[in-house]
Structure formats: structure tokens, C-alpha cells
Design a binder for this molecule. Structure first.
Ligand SMILES: C[S@@+](CC[C@H](N)C(=O)[O-])C[C@H]1O[C@@H](n2cnc3c(N)ncnc32)[C@H](O)[C@@H]1O
Length: 417
């Protein structure tokens, strides 16, 4: 039974907390990095909500504005060079939102609040932003507004960079595809109790050409039909179908954007993810930063919520870790994949490029720390060289940093296969 949308903002639930943490923790390094370039930023929260939940907790607009103010107050650029324009769109709560973020109308700029539909407003807002760094936070209730044609268009607008963080309700989407193809899913545990977020705004679909076209527009193709057919034939179960659907959805986004990462969000181990947060961008730095952020959030989630204080297999077996998909993977398996990945680069490769392309291809398998250890091991076996610039620290010691920041660079060079 669909829930009343009005209840969404009564109390902030754990699902919303996780989303906002992922967003807030990413925005700090993102704003900082882009501000360093001296180029303007345009941040749009496309489904902004009220700004504040009724229990007093901050919603995504206030979280982003706090980060904006924090970053602008710390930026070392001269006056007037750091610019973050913000815009918040909401169909139902624009007025309340304006009141709830009024305290952010300050020297850093007035947040622009727009009443209306994202799908009607966004093109007008973005059309004059050539050369600007654009970030879109896309957090709808359901999937209806996720028009892939719009995502394709954004890529042609000539932004300096574009990043999107999308809440993709993959289980809700798969259920809708079953409905449209008249495939029975009622007894499938993967699709049971799609409560909370899913039910806040179920897309109304039926076995009609119109609904079929809607799903194809959202998916950016009709690849979903083959997945539902396989599911109906019993070749894959509901969990596998959701995973395949998400994988193909990401692959579709990669037709336009170089880097697509996702993090399935679940609250308990073994539980199916509730939805996926998908990060899309066109440059390696964004992908690298988001991968780091997703890893940190995933580990916090494991410690605080999922494990409920209990030790898991990965705590007692040091050569094993758990992927973002909650699958166990050994160090040897990661090592093999990394070797295979390195072989794709004919010459030297910067560490940020290596890691961003690795997570883009294989997903979030492990912490970057584990990859650094594997690279050290490969170096000691004479398989690769790791060249840092500067090679020595100011105190004359060998440099040991792993992250490329301004003036610091790491090149990985293959010596033998
Ligand atoms: C999941 S809530 C967003 C929550 C928000 N990100 C937060 O953390 O506080 C989705 C919001 O989208 C709004 N909405 C629904 N349809 C919309 C549309 N087509 N365009 C813009 N906003 C829409 C709803 O009013 C609701 O406030």
C-alpha cells in the first residue's frame, strides 16, 4: 500500500540519513577541489524537499549549503574568485524550503528556489552554463522523472565538468518492468515488502504501450525486456535480475559519461539493497573521490548499523574483504584483477587514473589501502615501479604518499608482466 507522501518529512529515516551522508561527505572534497581551479560551480538539488525534516533534522538543501559556506570560508583564493551558485527545485515544498534555508542568504550568495518539476525546469537552468562545473543531486521518490534522454542531453551542454548523484530505485524499477510484461513476481522474496521509499511514489504502470515506452525512456533502451524474459523463464532470480538491470543501466550511462559508480544501500547484512546511489561523472578525479567516499560510508554503515557490534568473517580473516555488493572477495582475487587491469595500459599510468578506471570497471571491491598494499608487493617483486614526484620529502626522506594532490604525482610503470 502506497504511503502518504506527506509523511516523508515527518521524521528523517535511516535511509535518508545514509543518502545525505554520502552527499554531504562528498561535497566537501568536491567543492574544495573545484574551488582550487578558480572556476565557478553550479549546484542543483533537483528534488530538494523541505530543506528540513519536521523532527528538526537537516535535509539535503541545508546540508549542501552548510558545506558551501564551510568550503568558501576556508578557500585560499582571493575575494570573489570562489563562486558556488546553488539552486533548489521542488514541486510541492518550494515555499517551506525558502523559509527553511533563509539563513543561508549571505555573502556566499542567495540560494535560488524554484517551484515546479525538475523535468520542466532543468534544461532552462543549465542552458547558459557552458564552461561551468555542474553538480546535480537527483533524489526523487520514484523513478518516473529519471528520463535518460535528459541525461544524454546534459552531456552536450559544454559544461567544464558534470557530476550527478542519482538515487536509483532499482527494485521498484524491476517490479514495474514485471508489471508491464505481465510477469508474476508476487511470491518473489526479492520483491516483497518494497515499502518506505519505493511506495512513496509508485510509478503507475500497466501492460500498455505507454507504460512500456515510459520504462524504455527511463532505462535508455529496451534491454530490460530480455532481463524480465530471463526472469520469467526461471534462468535468474529476482536478486540477479535487479543486479543485471542496474549493471545495464550503468553501462547505458557509460555511453555518455566516462565514469559510473554505484553503491547499493542496505541496512542489514544479507538484506537486499533498498536502492542504489549512482554517481556519474566525466573525469577521473570525481570518480576517485566518490569511490573513496563510498568506501568510507560503507565501512561506517557496517560498523554502525549492519553488524550491530558483531564480528564478521572479514574481521577474523585478514585476507578477505567484502565488496559494496556485500560479496566476499580475497586479496588474491583482487590482485589478479589489478594485474589484468594494469596490463591494459601500454605505458605509464597515474595512480588516480589507475584507481578510477579500476573501480569503474570492477566496482567497489575493497578499500584503496588494500590496492596500495598490493602495488607495494608488486613493486617488491620487480613487476612495477612506483615513481613519486617529489621523490623525497622536505626532510630528505623517501616520499611515501599515495594520494595525488596539488604538486604531488604518482606514476605506476609496468616492468614485467
Ligand atoms: C525523496 S524527496 C527529497 C528529499 C531531499 N533530498 C532531502 O534529503 O531532504 C523527493 C522530493 O521531490 C519532490 N518532487 C516530486 N516530484 C517532483 C518533480 N517532478 N520535480 C521536482 N520535485 C519533485 C517532492 O515534493 C519531494 O520533496
Amino acid at each position: 500500500m502506497a504511503k502518504d507522501n506527506k509523511n516523508f518529512f515527518k521524521t528523517k529515516n535511516s535511509w535518508s540519513e545514509i543518502k545525505d551522508q554520502l552527499l554531504g561527505c562528498y561535497l566537501t572534497p568536491y567543492f574544495q577541489k573545484v574551488l582550487m581551479t578558480g572556476q565557478p560551480i553550479f549546484y542543483v538539488d533537483c528534488f530538494a524537499g523541505k530543506g528540513k525534516f519536521d523532527d528538526g533534522k537537516d535535509g539535503s538543501p541545508r546540508i549542501a549549503l552548510q558545506v558551501r559556506d564551510g568550503c568558501l570560508s576556508r578557500t585560499t583564493l582571493g575575494n570573489g574568485r570562489g563562486q558556488i551558485d546553488t539552486c533548489f527545485i521542488d514541486l510541492n515544498y518550494a515555499q517551506e524550503l525558502s523559509v527553511n534555508i533563509a539563513d543561508f542568504d549571505n555573502a556566499n550568495g542567495r540560494p535560488n528556489v524554484i517551484s515546479g518539476k525538475y523535468e520542466d525546469k532543468i534544461e532552462g537552468l543549465l542552458s547558459g552554463k557552458r564552461g561551468v562545473n555542474v553538480f546535480l543531486y537527483i533524489d526523487p521518490y520514484g523513478i518516473r522523472a529519471l528520463d535518460s534522454g535528459l541525461f544524454d542531453k546534459f552531456e552536450t551542454y559544454g559544461f567544464r565538468t558534470l557530476e550527478m548523484l542519482i538515487n536509483f530505485n532499482s527494485f521498484g524499477f524491476f517490479r514495474d518492468t514485471c508489471r508491464v510484461m505481465k510477469v508474476d513476481y508476487q511470491n518473489d522474496e526479492a520483491l516483497q515488502d518494497l515499502d518506505d521509499l519505493v511506495e512513496y511514489e509508485p510509478t503507475k504502470v500497466s501492460a500498455t504501450k505507454q507504460s512500456e515506452d515510459l520504462l524504455t525512456r527511463i532505462a535508455g533502451g529496451d534491454y530490460w525486456k530480455a532481463i524480465v524474459t530471463n526472469y520469467n523463464e526461471g534462468r535468474i532470480n529476482g536478486f540477479q535480475a535487479e543486479k543485471r538491470l542496474s549493471a545495464e543501466y550503468k553501462q547505458r550511462l557509460r555511453q555518455r559519461y566516462g565514469y559510473v559508480l554505484d553503491m547499493p544501500i542496505r541496512l542489514k547484512p544479507g538484506q537486499r539493497p533498498k536502492y542504489r546511489m549512482i554517481h556519474v561523472c566525466d573525469h577521473e578525479d570525481g570518480c576517485f573521490l566518490m569511490a573513496q567516499n563510498m568506501q568510507k560510508r560503507k565501512d561506517e554503515l557496517f560498523i554502525n548499523v549492519q553488524q550491530e557490534g558483531q564480528l564478521s568473517l572479514i574481521d577474523v580473516v585478514p585476507t578477505m574483504t567484502s565488496t559494496a555488493e556485500n560479496e566476499l572477495v580475497t586479496t588474491d582475487e583482487i590482485k589478479a584483477k589489478l594485474k589484468e587491469h594494469l596490463a591494459r595500459f601500454s605505458g605509464d599510468v597515474r595512480i588516480t587514473t589507475l584507481l578510477a578506471t579500476f573501480v569503474n570497471d570492477y566496482g567497489l571491491l575493497c578499500q584503496f589501502r588494500m590496492i596500495y598494499d598490493i602495488l607495494e608487493e608488486m613493486k617488491s617483486c620487480g613487476m612495477i615501479d612506483i615513481e613519486r614526484t617529489p621523490a623525497v620529502t622536505i626532510t630528505g626522506k623517501q616520499s611515501a604518499f599515495w594520494e595525488e594532490t596539488k604538486g604531488k604525482q604518482i606514476v605506476i610503470r609496468r616492468i614485467k608482466p
